[in-house]
Design a protein around this ligand. Structure first.
Ligand SMILES: [Zn+2]
Ligand SMILES: [Zn+2]
Length: 246
């Protein structure tokens, strides 16, 4: 078994609230400097920045997973992660179909740009990506699992845009692969929180919008190799694999 530090919630220049220096080159560099072996790119309601960061990561021994941080109809943020480029692309189609259309005002929200591995701007995203989808958390979770993805309610301890702050509870029919808590949350408190299902799996991630935040919070995965399927097996508690957070 090997140990990997994973930060599975990172924004880029494509998120309106993401700093404009969150380019592929800078993100990969910052992740390696922070000792991370695995990162996931999770912009608000978009997967479009992922391919460029994956390409750079592969060259430098950093595993990069594609996905998005979805804002559901109930304004619950959910981390969604996928194994293959095809699944990422299919999920992008799903987002395009369900994102409630509103134009971005760059003066208010900031620019949303896709940047390639040479720091060149490839695309300006005109739709406001922090808007919500017209579908709820249960339907989104089902779609993610149909595509063999991983579904993690984001920052459930936060007083806004978390599943507990928005719904007040975790729906019993929801099949979450893990629950994300922020670096400010006390693990011991959440382990015995009655609103969560029995024996919940927790991850901590940085939710970085700025370079210096990358790796400030992370999750240790003890598993055979840095692959999506090993991450899934670890979340499921298969074999001797272990997951832990500070
Ligand atoms: Zn969020
Ligand atoms: Zn986020």
């Amino acid at each position: 078994m090997k140990q990997y530090r994973a930060d599975l919630h990172i924004h880029t220049t494509l998120s309106p609230c993401g700093s404009l220096d969150m380019s592929p080159v800078n993100i990969v560099k910052a992740a390696l400097n922070a000792g991370l072996g695995i990162i996931a790119i999770t912009d608000h309601n978009s997967t479009k920045q992922f391919p460029y960061i994956k390409k750079l990561g592969m060259k430098q021994g950093l595993k990069v997973i594609g996905g998005a941080e979805i804002n559901s109809f109930e304004e619950v943020h959910c981390i969604t992660l996928f194994e293959t480029d095809e699944a990422v692309a299919e999920f992008q189609n799903y987002i395009d179909k369900h994102l409630i259309a509103m134009s971005n005002d760059p003066n208010y929200f900031g620019y949303q740009v896709v940047v390639n591995e040479l720091d060149e701007i490839m695309e300006y995203e005109d739709r406001l990506l922090v808007n919500r989808l017209d579908v709820g958390v249960i339907e989104i979770e089902k779609e993610v699992h149909n595509l063999n993805g991983i579904f993690i309610p984001a920052h459930i301890d936060r007083p806004f845009n978390g599943m507990i702050s928005q719904l007040g509870f975790i729906p019993s029919e929801l099949k979450a692969d893990a629950f994300e808590i922020t670096r400010f949350a006390k693990l011991a408190d959440w382990k015995c929180d009655q609103r969560l299902p029995a024996n919940p799996v927790f991850v901590r991630n940085s939710d970085a919008h700025q370079l210096k935040a990358i790796g400030q919070a992370y999750t240790f995965f003890e598993m055979e190799e840095a692959t999506f399927s090993e991450i899934r097996k670890t979340l499921n508690g298969e074999g001797e694999r272990k997951i832990f957070i500070d």
